[in-house]
Design a protein around this ligand. Structure first.
Ligand SMILES: CC(=O)N[C@H]1[C@@H](OP(=O)(O)O)O[C@H](CO)[C@@H](O)[C@@H]1O
Ligand SMILES: [Mg+2]
Length: 540
């Protein structure tokens, strides 16, 4: 093994002057400087699996919504969760080891400090999105896996959530909590059947246009459609657009969830008419946002906040109608970027608990796990619903007291199956939204009418060192640099329904400023004021 590790690391030398960090989205940067990282990640994945007695660990090669020339890699824990924080640190240190000897030494050090038996089995499952650099990076990863003596399964192209699904299925195979069959067909069958069952013959209103960002979600959605009830059977009428994976240079270019959310407009290629229901996935299909043009041709976005409120209200209704209201509590988890109107709607109208966490799916997921049913979404469309084990048992064991209760209970159980609980999944989330709209007999207009978003603005400010901006209270207040928060508070007081905060981005070299207020002019004015406070404070 020693010789093999040295050989693999020698084959993929680390470029000089690079500092890699395992961040919110794993390692992510220009694809051309990632070879050495992938080989080292192969070693880390093997160690992580060995530390968990040979449980399957996932490795996904993707850079999600980033440009085609980027790529990235992230590790997936056995139940399909994001990598544990202490292993993020080990991964970062390993990725920055320069020479084969340094790598080998650190490999042994991890084994010693983590009490890992290096002869124990290691199992790793791998997949990638459709980027041109994916095949080469897979080769670098496999060199690391082989050198560490890991058994590995390569699923080829998958969406990120599909890979999470495989990991969870492989680790629960044959157990009481078996998640499903660890094959692509198994994934489509599970979610297709759950959708059909939960729909209970309800008819969707109108068709759905799905923009797949020219990413891996395109071919996977085209496959999933084969497992859904057909249009003739009263199923969904889905039109797939931007599903060209033959030209990887078109990935995320003028299309996809990030484009739509950031630019607040449909992809230029969209031919949707007024009130046509549209949604966009991102490049690895773990995010989705809905939108439409209203009768006066105004663009209307239905983002992650809207999906969370829609789903929470539906689950609340089902739990009540099934006679489970006093046994199951539902909570909604958001970040500070959630629109204030969405938070108010959940608290005052849906009468559910809301928790706010720092940015990053791992924080939301963790907070959601504390509720019986935790609905979490970032405003940008990444999220899902998690059910605690005891809640799942309570639902299974429930004895409905009437025919009406039984109907709701049936739909509730099928809805649980439809939700990818391992991780936010654009395909499963999309089916969930379609399910709720069909059950409520709602068009996008009724969905939009549930509350009015406060006008808001998100700005990026470049400063010399963003790390001096430190926050508290789920990133909503600055504690450093001193005095800045007091100035922000003063500006917020000057506008109606004002709220604003500044925090250092975890994925870009910038400070993000968010502001919302009663009117567009007030929101823009507040954002600009706070941005200049940040700029000034960051100039030192
Ligand atoms: C305002 C915003 O959208 N922030 C994004 C962005 O994080 P930043 O730390 O804000 O750069 O990337 C994260 C990873 O994809 C995502 O989880 C998060 O929602
Ligand atoms: Mg993504």
């Amino acid at each position: 093994m020693v010789g093999l590790i040295v050989q693999a690391v020698e084959k993929h030398p680390a470029p000089e002057g690079m500092a890699y960090t395992y961040g919110t989205a794993g390692f992510r940067t220009k694809a051309e400087v990632l070879d050495s990282v992938l080989t080292r990640v192969g070693l880390i994945a093997a160690l992580r699996s060995r530390s968990l007695k040979g449980k399957w660990i996932g490795v996904m090669i993707t850079a999600s919504h980033n440009p085609p020339s980027d790529n990235g890699v992230k590790l997936v824990e056995p139940m399909g969760n994001m990598l544990q924080e202490d292993w993020e640190k080990l991964s970062t240190t390993m990725a920055n080891k320069a020479t084969p000897d340094d790598v080998l030494e650190y490999y042994r050090e991890i084994a010693e400090t983590q009490h890992i038996n290096l002869d124990a089995p290691a199992r790793v499952v791998v997949a990638r999105d459709t980027r041109a650099s994916g095949a080469r990076l897979l080769g670098c990863l496999v060199d690391g896996l082989k050198a560490a003596g890991a058994e590995y399964k390569d699923y080829g192209f998958l969406t990120t959530p599909q890979l999470h699904y495989m990991v969870r299925c492989l680790n629960t195979e044959g157990q009481y909590d078996s998640y499903g069959t660890p094959t692509e067909k198994g994934y489509y069958e599970k979610f297709g059947a759950a959708f059909k069952h939960a729909m209970k013959g309800k008819k969707p209103s109108g068709g759905l246009i799905v923009d797949c960002a020219n990413g891996v979600g395109g071919p996977k959605l085209n496959e999933l459609i084969k497992y859904l009830p057909t249009k003739e059977e009263g199923g969904l009428d889905i039109t797939v657009i931007n599903d060209n994976v033959i030209k990887p240079e078109s990935l995320n270019v003028d299309c996809g969830a990030d484009y739509v959310k950031t630019n607040q407009r449909p992809p230029p290629s969209s031919k949707a008419g007024p009130n046509d229901r549209c949604c966009s996935l991102d490049g690895d299909a773990d995010r989705v946002v809905y939108y439409f043009k209203d009768s006066s041709n105004t663009f209307r976005l239905l983002d992650g906040d809207r999906i969370a409120t829609l789903v929470a209200s539906f689950l609340g209704d089902l739990v009540r109608q099934a006679g489970l209201a006093d046994k199951i509590t539902i909570g909604v988890v958001q970040t500070a970027y959630a629109n204030g109107a969405a938070t108010k709607y959940v608290e005052q109208h849906l009468k559910l608990n809301v928790e706010c966490t720092p940015t990053g799916v791992k924080y939301l997921h963790h907070a959601a796990e504390k509720f019986d049913v935790g609905v979490y979404f970032e405003a940008n469309g990444h999220g899902t619903v998690v059910f605690s084990d005891s809640t799942l048992r309570r639902i299974q064991k429930h004895v409905p007291g009437s025919l009406g209760q039984k109907e709701a209970w049936d739909v509730l159980r099928a809805t649980v199956e439809l939700i990818n609980q391992a991780v936010g999944d654009a395909l499963s989330d999309m089916l969930l939204v379609e399910l709720v709209l069909a059950h409520k007999h709602w068009t996008v207009n009724e969905w939009l009418a549930t509350y009015d978003d406060l006008p808001n603005r998100l700005l990026k400010v470049t400063v010399s060192d963003r790390n001096i901006f430190k926050t508290t209270d789920a990133e909503r207040r600055l504690v450093s640099p001193p005095g800045v928060q007091a100035n922000i508070d003063q500006e917020v007081q000057k506008v109606r329904q004002g709220r604003s905060f500044a925090r250092a981005s975890g994925t870009e070299d910038a400070v993000r400023v968010y502001a919302e207020a009663a009117t567009r002019a007030e929101a823009d004015g507040l954002a600009n004021k706070v941005a200049s406070l940040v700029k000034h404070a960051g100039a030192v």
